[in-house]
Design a protein around this ligand. Sequence first.
Ligand code: MTE
Ligand code: MO
Length: 429
Amino acid sequence: MRKDPMPTLDREPTRRLFLWRSLTMGSAAVAAGSGFANGMGNPDNQPPNVPDWSRSLGEGVAVRAYGKPSEFEKNVIRRDVEWLTASRESSVSFTPLHALDGNITPNGLLFERHHSGIAEVDPADYRLMLHGLVDKPLLFTLDDIKRMPRVNRPYFCECAANSGMEWRGAQLDGCQYTHGMVHCVMYTGVTLKTLLDEAGLKTNAKWLLLEGGDAAAMTRSLPLQKALDDVLIAYRMNGEMLYPENGYPVRAVIPGWEANMWVKWLRRIEVGDQPWHHREETSKYTDLLENGKARQFTYVMDAKSVITCPSPQAPLKHNSGFTVLSGIAWSGRGKISRVDVSLDGGRNWRSARIDGPVWDKALVRFYYEFDWDGGELLIQSRAMDETGYVQPTKNELRKIRGVNSVYHNNGIQTWHVRKTGEVENVEVS
Ligand SMILES: Nc1nc2c(c(=O)[nH]1)N[C@H]1C(S)=C(S)[C@@H](COP(=O)(O)O)O[C@H]1N2
Ligand SMILES: [Mo]
């Protein structure tokens, strides 16, 4: 008996996937026949031959004192878009989503967004100041912060401008560029509530100022309610100390909220009774509507998803048969409850299979497996979260917000898969 009312996969669990090369055919012959030239590699290195890398001893331990990916993966890097980059210091690089899997972003591949470049902070000189409407102003060293009770929490971090170039139509060629201003890592740190409890809040405390230690001295106003709820003062990501580009040694983690609140190189927290006025340069995160008015305080990132594979930078390499779609979904309002996938531009939807942990306000990994007939596809994904919110189409968003926004574009993405397996960024009406 199936309780799930939604159509899911009707593939029998024991069925073979039928796509592998049969060894009895003689794989050397297969390799030789379809060969080197077809991108099948060098047959001399393939069974039953002894490959180059089996003929001599390899490097020993600790030659690579800090590991990095295989040289054959050297294309899996952060990239930027030249015409988007006013200067290297005030710019953005994008996570290579098309080349990753699972829920967690590797530390060297987190998209970066800086307003004044990377601050190189000496941890010995690092101090965090906590003052304002508190009983006891405090100054913490990094060691002080590390001595406090620790928590580990995985969260996504998405720039409000992610997908911002797509408001007026399909534009950038690949999910690295259309959706790559999001990452998800396991943070270790102390809750902001722990720090505030140490200082003791005055009764009129309502807002916090977070200030960064970079040349921008980026500041953000944070409502006290959120600060006491789930905000972290983090110093580790995926077990390692934060990397300099992500705020070493300490950053604010504001779960589910737009990334510009996640102040890096955090050096000062001031408690006040109202929001601060921030310098224009770093505080333009308002959404311009059609009528000229702006939406402000749009902190929460609504549910969103994207198919990462296939996508323009990750085309299909076969021309029909068993095919795995994969993608990510996330919501700033809580857990992802379901992801649907369409192969025909949104006419028919099927439930995707979520695999891996479903954490609160973190990236979720989904898969959709199907038998591709080799024809053209218009693939889409649609996320739903535990509040019942359903990811809208881009046109639904435009009806409400017009096309003058840059921020908070969480519309459904469409990829056009050609018969050749190539993929392009398109829109369907
Ligand atoms: N101090 C400081 N914090 C900052 C910024 C900055 O320029 N300076 N940029 C913000 C913006 S707009 C984003 S999108 C995120 C990016 O975080 P990441 O570089 O770790 O991905 O950091 C935020 N925190
Ligand atoms: Mo941002």
